[in-house]
Every structure is written in C-alpha cells, then in structure tokens.
Design a protein around this ligand. Structure first.
Ligand code: 13P
Ligand code: ZN
Length: 270
C-alpha cells in the first residue's frame, strides 16, 4: 500500500514540477498543454467505490481493449500548467479504463466537476501503442506548445519532416546526440481528433517527439521530465535559428561531417 501511494505521489510531483517549467518556458499559454502518466500499481480504497458506477463512467468513441483496467493520471481539460501545483487535486485526475476498454471511470473525488484533457484520445492511443510494443518503462506523455518550434512549422520549407530534421540537427549537437532518430512531423489536423491521435501514434513508432504543424508537439519519456528534455533540446535549435535570423546573421550550422562525427561519438558511448 505504501509503495503504491508513493507512485501516485511521485507522478503528481512530476506533473506539477514540469507543468511549472512549461509555463516558465512560455510554452503553456492559458490552458495549453496536457500531461499523462500510466500508473503501474494502483489502489486507493476511497476511490474504488467510484468504479462501475454510471455517474463516473465516460464512454469512449473507440474501444481500447489493450488498455482495459489500466490506470492513468491525466491533467484536466482547461487546467493551467502554472496553477497545477497550487491545487493538484482539482487539476489532475485519476482515471481507470473499463474492463471492456469502451470507456473510463473517473476515480478522483474532486470538489468541482472536472474532466480529462481534450487530447485524452491521443494520450490513450499512445499509451496503448507503448504497451503493445512492451515499452513498459515509457509511461509519461507531454503535450506542449513550444513557441520557436511552432514558428518553424509556419515556414513552408520546414513544414516538412526531412527539412525540419535537417535543420534541427544542423544547429545544435544535442539533437544528434540524444534525438538522433529525429522528430516526426504531422501536417495540421484538428486537435483532440482521432485522426491526429492515429497520426501521432504512427509518428511516435519511430520518434520520441512528434511535431504538430502550427500547434505544438507530443513527447514521450520514462518520466515527464525526460519528455520535457526532448522538447527542450529540439526547441533550442529552433530558438537559435530565429536568434540568428533576427540579428540578420547567416546561420552557418554544423557541417554534415561534424554531425556524422557526433553520431559516431554517441554510438560509441552507448
Ligand atoms: P486541454 O486543456 O483540454 O488539455 O487542451 C490544451 C491543449 O493544448 C489542446 O491542444
Ligand atoms: Zn495543444
């Protein structure tokens, strides 16, 4: 029991701390962004009574049989990243997928009626795919609006996976060292839709971060902090790009040879 509570406490701490960072970075205007974590061992006697009651059951449009019985912490729709830490109990929900996988129960007893993020289907489909691929240790997913990275996707040339990756790697060594597989790129689709969820799942089969054109990105990691790190490294390249542009300086970039050497260095370290 004690161990289980520690897992939840740790997950809440991770969400609130990263939520604050996202706000400080300027990537979380108003209610922008959402976070989820899969809970490995969950039990909370007080909340179990919420199970299997119609009042707390929410139907999903899609059946997620591979997630039946799984428990997640998810940020509430409309919650502000900067405020999550002030009132985590009213900003983060515990949900449990029904046995049939056709919906979920809200286990949290909140004062106000709050619902999971509007991007819930995206989070759940990603968690399902991670479990299908036995990537059990990757339990955290973060969606955020990194300003410079979004700005890049407004430039026609970089609204393209190949060009975007070439630019990102050519600017900052970290992206060859720690994001060597590159990032995925998803042309604009409606947020919260099944289409964008499917496209994101597909993209994350090969990447740890999927960029949503003119909107933001989704990143996965063992912890919320690890997911944040990926966004931070990738956005850094975009930031340097615009710094040079704003100063009307020609961006030299790392040469292909330098990038290759970094790649070899990183492979040798692993
Ligand atoms: P939620 O407040 O519903 O999580 O939405 C935030 C967001 O960024 C949607 O793309
Ligand atoms: Zn968003």
């Amino acid at each position: 029991m004690a161990e289980r509570n520690i897992e939840i406490k740790r997950a809440i701490k991770e969400i609130t701390e990263t939520g604050k960072l996202l706000w400080q970075k300027g990537w979380a205007e108003r209610n922008a962004g959402n976070i989820s974590i899969r809970i490995e061992k969950y039990i909370h006697d007080n909340e179990e009574k919420n199970l299997k009651t119609k009042k707390t059951f929410y139907k999903l449009n899609n059946k997620l049989t591979n997630l039946s019985g799984k428990v997640f912490l998810v940020t509430a729709t409309g919650s502000r990243m900067r405020d999550i830490g002030k009132n985590p109990d009213e900003s983060i929900l515990t949900i449990k997928i029904s046995d049939k996988g056709d919906g979920y129960y809200i286990l949290s007893n909140t004062k106000n009626k709050i619902l999971p993020t509007s991007e819930l289907i995206v989070h759940l489909l990603i968690h399902q795919e991670l479990l299908k691929n036995k990537l059990h240790e990757i339990r955290a997913i973060a969606h955020t609006h990194p300003t410079e990275l979004i700005a890049l996707t407004h430039i026609k040339k970089y609204a393209d996976e190949k060009n975007l990756n070439k630019l990102i790697k050519s600017i900052h060594p970290e992206n060859t060292m720690f994001v060597n597989e590159g990032v995925g790129f998803i042309p604009f689709l409606l947020p919260g839709s099944y289409d964008i969820a499917e496209a994101t799942v597909k993209s994350l089969q090969k990447h740890k971060l999927a960029v949503w054109e003119k909107h933001g990105c989704f990143a996965v990691g063992k912890t919320v902090s690890a997911a944040f790190d990926i966004v931070d490294m990738v956005n850094k390249s975009a930031k340097i790009f615009f710094l040079c542009k704003a100063a009307r300086l020609k961006l030299q970039g790392l040469s292909e040879k330098q990038i290759q050497k970094l790649s070899v260095l990183m492979n040798n370290l692993h």
